[in-house]
Design a protein around this ligand. Structure first.
Ligand code: OOG
Ligand code: MG
Length: 259
């Protein structure tokens, strides 16, 4: 039996002090997915106790590019909290991160609760607005290496996110070309179609997976639907921007620390 409270406290401390810890699997024996999600919840509870609020969920491994990059195949989800929100064009403090990476995503904002097995139409009907977005992932594990249960326990590596201008729910998000630049150099290009062939499928999966854990996606919440391309390292970057065609632009600057 994993010591859920102890591992959650370690992960919370690793995130708040930006100091990596060894992965859990292998070291402390096997970790079931159920225990991993219990750890995720308990680690986030530390943040909520400090005054943060839940503002949404994120999906992981919803594109082939991400599965290949990380060597994992199963979709996972994590929680988005208010202290992870970065305004579009905002500045990030590098000292907050261990070995940050960024990936281009599509986000939706909900206007109705969503949970459990829902149809594509029901998921679409719950969408209030859509946007291009960037997720900053920062695994709390050494060398950004982990097995599936490790990354689930670690809130799916999520660290911060930046959402572009919100656009009407009917805006097409199915096949939007995306070009992500790090320090004005193109780092990744792709299409939102890489997200499960249709990003709304990722929202359907979010409702199902979070619902199975007893979480109802709430009106006003943001759902990050997953990286469309592999992630790019930004440990020594200064600017990151995403051009997502008719979905607009989103970006941030990152400064501070040694580099
Ligand atoms: C896990 C998070 C995956 C995505 O968009 O696929 C993810 C990781 O790559 O560290 O956020
Ligand atoms: Mg992501």
């Amino acid at each position: 039996m994993a010591d859920i409270a102890a591992i959650a406290a370690k992960l919370d401390a690793a995130a708040s002090t930006a100091r990596a810890i060894p992965q859990i699997t292998g070291q402390e024996g096997e970790l079931s997915l159920a225990d991993a999600y219990a750890i995720q919840r308990a680690a986030i509870d530390h943040r909520l106790a400090r005054g943060a609020t839940l503002v949404g969920v994120k999906m992981g491994f919803t594109s082939e590019a991400k599965m290949v990059q990380m060597g994992l195949k199963d979709q996972i989800w994590g929680r988005l909290t208010s202290d992870m929100v970065v305004a579009n064009g905002g500045a990030l403090d590098r000292t907050r991160f261990i070995h940050p990476r960024v990936e281009p995503e599509v986000a939706v904002r909900l206007k109705a609760p969503l949970a459990g097995e829902v149809t594509r139409d029901a998921a679409l009907a719950a969408v209030d607005a859509v946007a291009a977005a960037l997720e900053i992932i920062d695994s709390r594990y050494e060398n950004f290496r982990f097995a599936l249960s490790d990354v689930v326990a670690d809130n799916a590596s999520s660290s911060a996110f930046v959402v572009g201008p919100w656009l009407p729910a009917h805006t097409d998000i199915a096949d939007v070309a995306m070009e992500m630049r790090v320090d004005d150099v193109v780092a990744e290009t792709g299409s939102s179609a890489a997200i499960l062939g249709d990003p709304i499928r990722s929202l359907v999966a979010a409702a199902r997976l979070a619902g199975a854990a007893g979480l109802v996606l709430q009106p006003g919440w943001t759902v990050m639907l997953g990286g469309a391309t592999a992630a790019a390292a930004i440990a020594s970057a200064r600017t990151v921007s995403l051009d997502a065609g008719h979905l607009g632009r989103v970006g941030f600057t990152i400064a501070g620390g040694a580099t």
